[in-house]
Each structure stands twice: as structure tokens, then as C-alpha cells.
Design a protein. Structure first.
Length: 292
């Protein structure tokens, strides 16, 4: 089985896919994601006393965009395949037992995917590497994962940006799972620039950070902006349960879509999602950034 590798740099990078074509990516400080104002998709988790609420339809949801009520066009549940991208810290502190536990947790996620789901693997240390492209052939990610080794510094912000790009590279529901055990020490991109891009991205980011470090302020904001969650874990022994919990929770989310009406096409759009006539807790992104 052929493995594929790609080095991401901030300005311009040529990516050589072994056994495949030459591809180029551009990473710029300016947000590069296009805003999908024609149809807005929102991943929504509805909880009743901590348990997912099932059986909801488009008639059950209310959405306001900048305070303006919208007509919900579609609600899907467990119908659209997932695009799961693992973005893993491979700095020199990830070695030995810690690396083995991270690999085990990541394999558990890959094993939990179903037919039609896609997986991709991005690692970050001094450089950001696309170890496995987004593909329904999950075996590519498994082989690449087994070949990972910890070395170098931590390019957390750059790694997250690259992983968001991979998650949006194909249709489906994009789930980004980020792991880091240290502060960013090597990124070219600024945290603010990547968080601005997250406001445009159709990706839900969940993060697992070790202890009180792991780039927690950046990862907390990333998760909040995309409707995900930051988990602070005490050690990599907890990662398998954390990763599987993330995948399980994401599978219980509804995908709600609507066509914006009565609101400006540009700027920040504040979103509020509710379920009619029920006292449930909603987790979703707080808004999206439209326009140039």
C-alpha cells in the first residue's frame, strides 16, 4: 500500500504525493475559506439531561440569523457520511508510551468509521505533514499512523489550519479531532488568522489537550467557534475513551440547513438554534463569517 506525504508551509508549498500527481497548496495569513451564503449548514447537538435527543425533524427546529427567523430547509441525522481528520502533535515530547497510546486512540476512531465515511491524517511538529489524504480507504490512515514518530517542535496553529483545509476538501460532514501535549513553538500563521478562518469553515473541531498546556487557549476558542469541545485530559491513557466519546457524540448531531433570508450577505452572522416546545440544551457554532 502506498503512503502519501505532503509538507505544508505558510507561503507556498509543493506537495509530492508518492505514486501520484504533484499538488500545490497556498497557506496565507488572510482567511482562505469561501463563505457558503447560498446555504448555511449547522451541526447541532440536542441534549436532554445530558442524553442526545432523537427523532427531531425540520419542523422542530428554530434558527435565527442575526436575530432574523429563518426557514429550516433540511435536517439530517446519521445520513451524511463523515469526513474525520485527525490532527496529531508529533513533537519530540510524543514518544514511547505516550505515542503508543495516541496511536491506539486514533486507531479506535478509524475502527469506528462506517461505510462511506472518510478519514485523513495530519501531523505537526516543526513542519506540518499530510500523512493520509481524505479517503474512504481508511487503511491509508492506519498505515500512515503506524509510521508516525515524535520529533521536533510544535506547529499547532499551522497544523490546525492544514487539517481544516483537508476536512473541507470533499463533501460530507467534517469532524476535526486535534491532539496536542504542548504550547505552540513553531507556527508561521497567527492564532488570530486561523481562528478567523474557522469562522468560515464548515468543520466542527474537538480538541484533546494534556493538562493545563496543550495550546489550551487557542484550542478552546477553536472548539467554541466551530461548535465542538475542548477536553483537558490528565494523560494519554485517557485518550482512547476521549476520542471514542468525540466520535459518538458527533454521530448524534443533526445537520440543519437553511438559505439565509433578510440578512446581509457579508460580515459576522450570529446564530441561535432552538428546539420548539422542549427544554433541551443545544450545542452548535455561535455564528459564521460571510463575504470576503
Amino acid at each position: 500500500m502506498k503512503t502519501q506525504h505532503c509538507q505544508f508551509r505558510v507561503a507556498f508549498v509543493s506537495c509530492v504525493f508518492l505514486g501520484g500527481p504533484l499538488v500545490s497548496f497556498v497557506l496565507a495569513q488572510q482567511a482562505a475559506f469561501s463563505a457558503r451564503v447560498e446555504s448555511v449548514r449547522v451541526d447541532v447537538l440536542a441534549l436532554d439531561n445530558g442524553r442526545p435527543v432523537r427523532g427531531l425533524t425540520s419542523a422542530d427546529f428554530e434558527i435565527t440569523d442575526n436575530g432574523v427567523p429563518q426557514q429550516v430547509d433540511l435536517v439530517s441525522f446519521e445520513q451524511i457520511p463523515l469526513n474525520v481528520v485527525l490532527a496529531l502533535d508529533m513533537s519530540d515530547s510524543v514518544a514511547g508510551e505516550r505515542l503508543a497510546q495516541l496511536q491506539d486512540a486514533s486507531r479506535a476512531v478509524l475502527d469506528g468509521l462506517t461505510k462511506g465515511d472518510q478519514a485523513g491524517l495530519v501531523t505537526f511538529s516543526n513542519a506540518v505533514t499530510l500523512r493520509a489524504p481524505l479517503s474512504t480507504d481508511v487503511g491509508l490512515a492506519r498505515v500512515a499512523l503506524a509510521d508516525t514518530r515524535g520529533a521536533g517542535d510544535t506547529s499547532l496553529v499551522d497544523g490546525v489550519y492544514a487539517a481544516m483545509m483537508v476536512g473541507e476538501s470533499d463533501v460530507g460532514r467534517a469532524l476535526l479531532i486535534v491532539f496536542s501535549d504542548g504550547l505552540d513553538t513553531a507556527s508561521w500563521l497567527s492564532a488570530d488568522a486561523v481562528l478567523e478562518s474557522a469562522k468560515r469553515a464548515d468543520v466542527v473541531a474537538y480538541s484533546a489537550a494534556i493538562g493545563s498546556v496543550g495550546g489550551a487557549p487557542f484550542l478552546r476558542e477553536l472548539s467554541a467557534l466551530t461548535g465542538g469541545t475542548l477536553y483537558k485530559v490528565e494523560s494519554t491513557k485517557d485518550l482512547r475513551a476521549t476520542f471514542l466519546g468525540i466520535l459518538e457524540e458527533f454521530r448524534h448531531r443533526y445537520l440543519v440547513s437553511y438559505t439565509p433570508r433578510g440578512v446581509a450577505r457579508d460580515g459576522w452572522h450570529r446564530l441561535e438554534v432552538r428546539v420548539k416546545n422542549r427544554h433541551v440544551t443545544i450545542k452548535s457554532r455561535p455564528g459564521y463569517l460571510a463575504g470576503s
